[in-house]
Design a protein around this ligand. Sequence first.
Ligand code: HEC
Ligand code: HEC
Length: 512
Amino acid sequence: MKKSVLVFSMMVSLIAATSCSDGGDDKLVPVPDDEKEYSEEWYAGGVNGTVFNATARAYKQPVEPINADPLLYRQFMRGEEIAGKSFVSAGETGYSGLGPVYIRKSCIACHPSYGGHSKRVDVFDTSDSRNGYLLMIYDPASPTLALASKYFTGMTQTRAVPPFKAPIDESGVTIQWMPYVDEYGNKYEDGTAYSAGTEYEGTLIYPIVEVAQEAILFEDFDMSKHAASIEATIGIYGVGLLDAISDEDLRAQWQEEQNRGYASGLIGADIDETGLNPYFPGKHPGRFTYLCTRATLDNGPGANALWNITNVTRPDRTYHYITEEYARVMSHDADVQAALGLTQETIFDNLMSKSLKAEMTTEDFEAFMVWHRGIAVPAARNLDDETVQRGRELFYETGCKDCHRPSWTTRADYTPLPALSNQKIYPYTDLLRHDLEMKEPGRARVCRTTPLWGRGLLTVTSGHTDMLHDLRARNYEEAILWHGGEAKKPKEDFRKMPKADREALIKFLQSI
Ligand code: HEC
Ligand code: HEC
């Protein structure tokens, strides 16, 4: 299917119906034709990592070198199956081992269509397929906004396989979308209301998340001294290419930002991955997740999520993602003891064991990693359009590029998937964290610059344009307008632009 571009008229009308505020007569990707010269910018994922596909499946395609290799392709397909299936607790189905306590049953539960973002929702219900939020409970008074990790796992678990009980009862979690009016009364310099023409014209919103004390399993946990926040998914496509950027290049970007003296990003802390990354042991700076808490893909958000989202064990993770406090409370619980017919000591030891039987095979995990690493980035679209060209100019002139660094060249020796070496890619991120001084940002106060590649297809792949770490932005305009702090000047410049320029800038963002 690669390179054959499917154009569904249905999708064209979907775009037209849902992206009115984002302006523009979106066209699906032009069929790459031999007549036309595509400059390197069209190849968002580099020549080897780009797929010319602008359909609802645009974020799910293998990179060409995987397509071309029968063994890798088979592993990719198996990996895709593992990421897409709902795990179950019992049996030996190849998808067994869910629980005892867990977050969701599959990757796809939060990363539908594998990318961009999940949907903004009003109710925190993990059985709602649009809800890709992770819930975090933290101490708002601590300088690092430390997670309440004595009681809850970092990514909070709200589900359990009976007779076990969930640490938090989801019905006690509330998300309120609060109205926000900025210092300009939510208007552009020319007097136009933000998001003019939409049903939410002239408004901005941000979330307040609360967890009721009664919803918490731990009797001695005081929610009034804690805060809750939600984080949305980022996107799985292209992460192999981000992984293939060298640590040296990342550190050089950080150094350059320190030298320039404005919008100087924070680099993720070094993580020692000796024994955790078979390809690149040693220390690496964090580059994945909104807080840059993960360094390489082999010990990254996906490799870990496969285990800690579901609690499915495997040869390199023969223990549960669980807190000792949870094991203590569950092992003392009379219902749990009665249902299992086991003593408190045995239940506790089982829950905390470091040598559980592996529920997933190494072979399956390796196939999963081929899939994870090998998802291509959709090619840019419409870059030769005049308005898009104008938008591109504005993106550079306004200083968006200072954090959304357009291009990187991947390392020469990316051994996990050599075809991803030496690729000039266009992710539009510096992989560093910045403070945009948003109202109530939750834990992602200093947030990594989100890659912008492929985002323009969000409407086609996911049917919405919700953006930012908690999905408070309902379209591109709002995503830009929430930029403050280190990005205040570019945001102000955007607010002052004539309408045609604002639209051009957004049209460029929709095209990359
Ligand atoms: C509970 C919902 C949820 C599930 C299930 C989930 N994720 Fe995520 N994922 C997230 C959220 C939220 C983020 C952003 C989190 C953050 O920054 O802390 C994220 C981030 C990521 C990232 C980081 C991307 C980047 O650019 O930094 C990758 C990769 C990823 N997830 C892969 C996976 C894979 C693979 C699975 C299945 C094994 C999975 N996720 C399951 C919610 C989920
Ligand atoms: C100081 C660094 C910085 C500058 C300058 C900057 N951004 Fe950002 N941008 C970020 C960060 C950090 C985020 C993630 C914020 C979050 O999710 O809370 C982001 C997020 C975004 C998003 C949302 C992406 C998504 O998928 O959630 C868009 C769109 C965006 N920026 C566009 C722009 C444009 C256009 C400009 C120029 C007018 C710009 N940015 C300037 C740092 C910057």
